[in-house]
Write a new protein. Structure first.
Lengths: 252, 253
């Protein structure tokens, strides 16, 4: 009996030590490779970190599924309402010729792009799925300039880790890590299904992040800020989503 | 082994502490962690469904497309036409956080249980039906006993009958993997790495619909499981799964 309990004690002790040191090593590795999401605190932090870290390791080379033209949804649903304020209305009346996308933060040459300038860059089209976290979805063809191209124009500094993007709609802002910011399918989108991007779908400019759920594809964006830390933005949780109770990372 | 245990304990010579436990510690602990995870996944899953209680088949579906079916419940989003004059509060944020956290715990618990079950022979000895029990004659007797609500015999306090074995194996090796798979198939990131996880179901909305039905199946299993525990003797079965001690005849000792 005492032999058995001593053996049990030793085994449990060894297992606990191995577990604790394994966890410590895993945490320090996760920090080094940027696998900890900004909303890692709180009671759901462990699950969120596991999801983000495991999906980031899996998705390092992945491309969002692209579909044939025949699968484009005939009825793409536009969630939410366009901005109603005077500023947006005046920009819309001027066919968004005055719309500017400012790029600042950790960049060599901060700049501000007009819609025409963005359209002069090499464009890319993709037919991808937009799935809302609520459960509905549609497929559309999106046209725009890859975000990495815009970032190359302004020259990001080596310490850049996130790109924060904000909407003309007050309270809407989000961020992506460099894996998504430099991803070939992440588009500064100005066209949809062969035409201009409709206002209902985020026109004139929406950032499309097709490997994440719809709420990461923020509409009406006016500003990109390159940064090495999300601490100074809002409550430091990475986007407006966690401040409203939603996860920053929306790959699932 | 099991036979020996209940024969000797019925002779009331063996104190419960030294008898082989009805359920090993690993089985008991993983059972209750899974129970907690299931409840968390159920509550959060219901909350997530409420935000869009419409189901579709294929890749896409939204309120502008015809649905496969709709749940006759109010929604937490005003964009969903439900026929109800009100909108429920949005609970999707914490529900999604909790859903995935509970899923992680359930997956780790399931892995621990499966590895333990394979290494110790628990799956083979306690869950794999004996060949003879699978004969239609034997099966029909067990099914008939269940349909007549015949109380289980002494031996069943120490060993699962063939229907239990088949059901538990189906839940552990068919429903659990399927619900995890269809859940992952809804993830745009996972679909980008393994497109086949989605295409095999015919699309992301099909995966969501199957996820819903598997969850309903699992809920049905849990309800029947609880009813059966009550019929077999709630106190003795609960004690067996909590403390490991079993056998109605040791109750008075």
């Amino acid at each position: 009996m005492s032999n058995l309990s001593r053996r049990k004690l030793i085994t449990t002790g060894l297992a606990a030590t191995a577990g604790a040191s394994g966890l410590a090593v895993a945490t320090s590795l996760a920090h080094r490779y940027g696998l900890i999401p900004p909303d890692h605190g709180g009671i759901y932090g462990a699950g969120e970190t596991l999801t983000y870290a495991s999906q980031r390791m899996l998705t390092c080379r992945s491309l969002a599924r692209e579909f044939p033209r025949s699968q484009i949804s005939k009825t793409p649903f536009a969630n939410g309402r366009p901005p109603k304020d005077e500023v947006f209305r005046r920009l819309q009346e001027g066919a968004f010729a005055e719309w500017r996308l400012a790029v600042d933060g950790m960049v060599a040459r901060p700049a501000s792009f007009s819609l025409a300038e963005l359209k002069s860059y090499p464009s890319r089209g993709q037919i991808t799925h937009l799935a809302c976290e609520e459960g509905w979805s549609f497929i559309a063809e999106w046209t725009g300039v890859p975000l990495f191209h815009v970032l190359n124009v302004v020259g990001i500094l080596p310490q850049a880790r996130y790109v924060v993007y904000s909407s003309i709609q007050r309270g809407w802002w989000d961020s992506v890590d460099m894996a998504d910011a430099l991803h070939s399918q992440t588009l500064v989108t100005y066209g949809m299904n062969g035409g201009e991007l409709p206002v209902a779908h985020g026109g004139p400019i929406r950032l499309r992040v097709p490997r994440q759920l719809g709420y990461k594809s923020v509409k009406y964006i006016t500003r990109l800020t390159v940064t090495d830390s999300l601490r100074g933005f809002g409550k430091g949780l990475g986007s407006a989503a966690p401040e409203a109770g939603y996860a920053w990372y929306a790959g699932i | 082994m099991a036979d020996f245990a209940w024969v000797s304990s019925s002779a009331s010579a063996v104190p419960a502490a030294t008898a082989t436990p009805r359920h090993s510690a690993v089985v008991r602990v993983t059972h209750w962690i899974t129970t907690l995870c299931f409840l968390a996944l159920l509550v959060s899953g219901v909350e997530i469904v409420i935000s869009h209680p419409r189901f579709y088949w294929g890749e896409t579906g939204n309120v502008l497309t015809p649905s496969l079916f709709e749940l006759p419940i109010p929604a937490s989003r005003s964009s969903v036409p439900t026929g109800y004059g009100f909108v429920l509060p949005d609970q999707n944020g914490w529900s999604r956080y909790l859903h995935f956290q509970a899923a992680w715990v359930a997956v780790f618990t399931g892995l621990l249980y499966t590895i333990y079950g394979l290494l110790t022979g628990h799956l083979r000895k306690n869950l794999l039906p004996h060949g003879a029990d699978l004969a239609w004659r034997e099966l029909s007797i067990v099914i008939a006993n269940h349909l007549r609500f015949k109380p289980p015999g002494e031996a069943e306090a120490w060993s699962y009958n063939v229907l239990q074995r088949l059901t538990y194996l189906f839940v552990i090796f068919v429903l659990f993997p399927l619900v995890i798979w269809t859940g992952l198939a809804m993830s745009p990131a996972i679909a980008s790495v393994f497109p086949a996880t989605v295409t095999v179901f015919g699309g992301q909305q099909s995966a969501r619909t199957i996820h819903f039905f598997v969850s309903v199946f699992l809920l049905f299993f849990v309800l029947v499981h609880v009813v059966m525990v009550c019929l077999a003797g709630f106190r003795s079965r609960m004690r067996a799964m909590i403390t490991g001690r079993a056998g109605g005849h040791t109750e008075h000792s």
